[in-house]
Design a protein around this ligand. Structure first.
Ligand code: 13P
Length: 258
C-alpha cells in the first residue's frame, strides 16, 4: 500500500488553552505558514468550544480546518453544560476529537460513551478523530494490543464501511502525552500498523488501507520527521507543540515533505 494514497492529517489539540484574542493571534500566525499544505495534507486546529466561532471566522478562505475537542452523544435536551453534534455542525465545525485519554482519565469517559459520541458525531455530519492508547502500566503488562483492539472495536461498533470514511484514528499512548516521553518511531509504527490490521478485520483491507492513523504524544518539531516517515503513521495529533505557530508549521512541513 502506497502511503501517499492516504490523507496525512496534522491536527492541533489545543486542550484548555487560549482566550479568543489569543486564538485569533495564533491562527493568524499559522495560516500563512501552512498555506502550501494542499491536496493530501490536511491541517486542523481543534480548539476549545469558546474559540470555535473565532477559529472558523479567522480560518475562512484558508486551508486550516476547525475541530472541537468533544461532543455529547444526545441530539438535544436536559444535559447541562454539554454541546451537541448539530450545534457544532451548524457553526461550521468539521472535525471533533473523541475519547481523548484526558477525557477518559478525568471525566469518566468509557469505551461505551466514546462509541456513543462517535456515532453521534458522524451521524451529525462531523468527522471524528478517535483517540486510543494504552497506559504505561498496560504497556508494561504486555497488553497494549489487547487494550488498543478493545478500544478500537468498541468505539467503532455500529459504524459502516461508508461512514468509517469520516473517522480518523489517533494512537496516543497515555504515557507519552504531555510528558516529553515520546514513543520511539518503531513503537508508534507497531501500534499504528496493529490498528490498521484491526480495521482490516472489522471491515476489509481496502478500508484499512484508506484510513488515516495519526500518532500523538509529545510529537514536536524535532521528532516529527522520524515518526511521520513510518509507513503506517499518517499524521499527528499535537498538543503542546500546536500552541506555537513555528513548531506546528515544522510538523506540517514534515508531512508535506514526507
Ligand atoms: P502533547 O503533544 O502535549 O504530548 O499532547 C498530545 C495530545 O494529547 C494530543 O491530543
Amino acid at each position: 500500500m502506497n502511503k501517499s494514497t492516504r490523507k496525512a492529517i496534522i491536527a492541533g489539540n489545543w486542550k484548555m488553552n487560549k482566550t479568543r484574542p489569543e486564538a485569533k493571534e495564533l491562527l493568524e500566525a499559522i495560516k500563512p505558514l501552512v498555506a502550501n499544505a494542499e491536496g493530501n495534507v490536511e491541517v486542523i486546529a481543534c480548539v476549545p468550544f469558546t474559540n470555535l466561532e473565532t477559529a472558523i471566522n479567522t480560518t475562512a478562505g484558508s486551508n486550516v480546518k476547525v475541530g472541537a475537542e468533544n461532543v455529547h452523544f444526545e441530539k438535544s435536551g436536559a444535559f447541562t453544560g454539554e454541546i451537541s453534534a448539530d450545534m457544532l455542525a451548524e457553526l461550521g465545525v468539521e472535525y471533533v476529537v473523541i475519547g481523548h485519554s484526558e477525557r477518559r482519565q478525568y471525566f469518566g469517559e468509557t469505551d461505551e460513551t466514546v462509541n456513543k459520541r462517535l456515532l453521534a458525531a458522524i451521524g451529525g455530519g462531523l468527522k471524528a478523530i478517535l483517540c486510543v492508547g494504552e497506559t504505561l502500566e498496560q504497556r508494561e503488562q504486555g497488553i497494549t494490543e489487547e487494550v488498543i483492539a478493545m478500544q478500537t472495536k468498541i468505539a467503532l461498533q455500529g459504524t459502516c464501511e461508508k461512514c468509517i470514511k469520516n473517522v480518523v484514528i489517533a494512537y496516543e499512548p497515555v504515557w507519552a502525552i504531555g510528558t516529553g516521553k515520546v514513543a520511539t518511531p518503531e513503537q508508534a509504527q507497531d501500534v499504528c500498523a496493529f490498528i490498521r490490521k484491526t480495521i482490516a478485520g472489522l471491515f476489509n483491507q481496502e478500508v484499512a488501507d484508506g484510513i488515516t492513523i495519526q500518532y500523538g504524544g509529545s510529537m514536536n518539531a524535532k521528532n516529527c520527521a522520524e515518526l511521520l516517515a513510518k509507513p503506517d503513521i499518517d499524521g499527528g495529533l499535537i498538543g503542546g507543540a500546536s500552541l506555537k505557530a513555528e513548531d506546528f508549521n515544522t510538523i506540517v512541513q514534515a508531512a508535506v515533505n514526507g
